[in-house]
Design a protein around this ligand. Structure first.
Ligand code: ZN
Length: 392
């Protein structure tokens, strides 16, 4: 087998970048391009349409019809370019000084292009275990798109034994990241003229009490729960938006705020919500209900990406370290789909080309040298999968 040239990767990358797959737009033409490209090399891919009618996942298997196997996973969507000062057209790959500029070149169409360039070579090999191409949508809006595909593992789709997620890590082996949880708390108070505060319940004041309680909870987490692998080394809580109020002379009847937790592996994040609920029930609601029985405080979980921890000795980490020729693993602050794969019982790890610092930025780029390193990694991986055949 010959390692595909980086020129072949760049050609595919140009095609992928030309599809504006910003998360809220359709990615179906992009998925169809991938399907047709693979079909041209004798690989059958399945497009799995989403319920919303504008998105789709893609799943393809190369190699033997055997259980387990290695999944190469990435997302097709990209973050918006709106409001960003780009020097070139974000949807055209521009090569300059060993770098390829364009939206998604780094996060993470560069990886998809490497995988697609290698796929025909995988097809030609006598593999002992299958490779699965697992391409998803809506990663950039909370890693939600991959979930329906994972739900089909063990049903209409095979369950990979190992999942390699190609998020930008400069080809370092990443075995852990924090989780992200998003909540929204709504306070229903009681309106009244602000000259008669005893007749009303000011929802904004109540919200302030709740936010202060969240701050107290965070201080306690900071003091108690530490993991030096992460920066910052504790779980953090942030309030990101707040709305409420009508006029200066009206006690505000409603206030809502959004907040989130960046969670460490192993912690029970939903306990924070339970603690806030208990605080509301104990410290706030009795006095509120004494004024009006309709007062309430409700907190809703809007989205969750569990913390990811594969572990240094996991099958995925062991394989990635061996193939990459490295002996150290890393933890990263950003979230990925690896959480969902790991939670579904697939041993997962992150290893992909490009630097996360370039992701989501104007003038996003990936270095050609990074794509070459990724190609070499995938080539060694394919040889490993074939070598095991010879051993057997
Ligand atoms: Zn990404």
């Amino acid at each position: 087998m010959t390692v595909p040239s980086v020129e072949a990767v760049i050609e595919i990358l140009q095609r992928l970048v030309a599809f504006d797959t910003t998360s809220h737009k359709t990615n179906i033409p992009c998925a169809e391009y991938v399907r047709d490209y693979l079909a041209g090399h004798g690989i059958e891919a399945r497009i799995l349409p989403a319920d919303d009618g504008i998105h789709a996942n893609l799943f393809a298997t190369v190699g033997p019809d055997a259980p387990g196997g290695i999944a190469l996973s990435g997302h097709m969507d990209v973050v918006p370019v709106t409001g960003q000062p780009w020097d070139t057209d974000p949807f055209t790959v521009v090569e300059k000084d060993g770098r390829l500029y364009g939206r998604g070149t780094c996060d993470m169409k560069g990886y998809l292009a490497c995988v697609l360039a290698v796929a025909p070579e995988l097809k030609r090999r006598r593999l002992t275990r299958p490779f699965h191409l697992v391409f998803s949508y809506d990663e950039e809006v909370g890693c939600t798109g991959v979930k329906p595909m994972i739900a089909e593992f063990g049903r209409s789709l095979p369950t990979p034994e190992i999942v390699l997620v190609g998020e930008p890590s400069r080809m370092a082996v990443v075995d852990a990241h924090k989780g992200g949880y998003r909540f929204r708390t709504e306070v229903i108070g009681k309106d009244a003229h602000s000259s008669k505060p005893q007749l009303g319940v000011g929802s904004i004041m109540i919200a302030a009490e709740l936010i202060t309680e969240l701050k107290r909870i965070e201080e306690r987490l900071k003091a108690k729960l530490h993991s030096a692998r992460f920066d910052p080394p504790y779980a953090s809580i942030s309030v990101s938006a707040i709305e409420g109020g009508i006029a200066h002379n009206i006690i505000p009847p409603r206030c809502a705020f959004s907040w989130g937790v960046r969670a460490l592996p192993g912690m029970d994040t939903l306990a924070i919500k339970r603690e806030l609920d208990a605080f509301a029930e104990r410290a706030l609601l009795p006095a509120m209900r004494a004024v009006s029985p309709d007062c309430s405080i409700t907190t809703e979980l809007l989205g969750e990406l569990p913390p990811f921890y594969s572990g240094e000795a996991s099958p995925a980490t062991t394989l990635a370290l061996k193939i990459a020729g490295q002996n150290e693993t890393y933890a990263v602050p950003y979230g990925t789909e690896a959480s969902h794969f790991q939670a579904a019982g697939c041993s997962s790890v992150i290893c992909g080309p490009g630097d996360i610092d370039q992701a989501h930025q104007p003038n996003e780029f990936v270095e050609i040298a990074e794509l070459e390193r990724c190609l070499a990694f995938l080539d060694r991986l394919a040889r490993y999968a074939e070598a095991r055949h010879a051993e057997a």
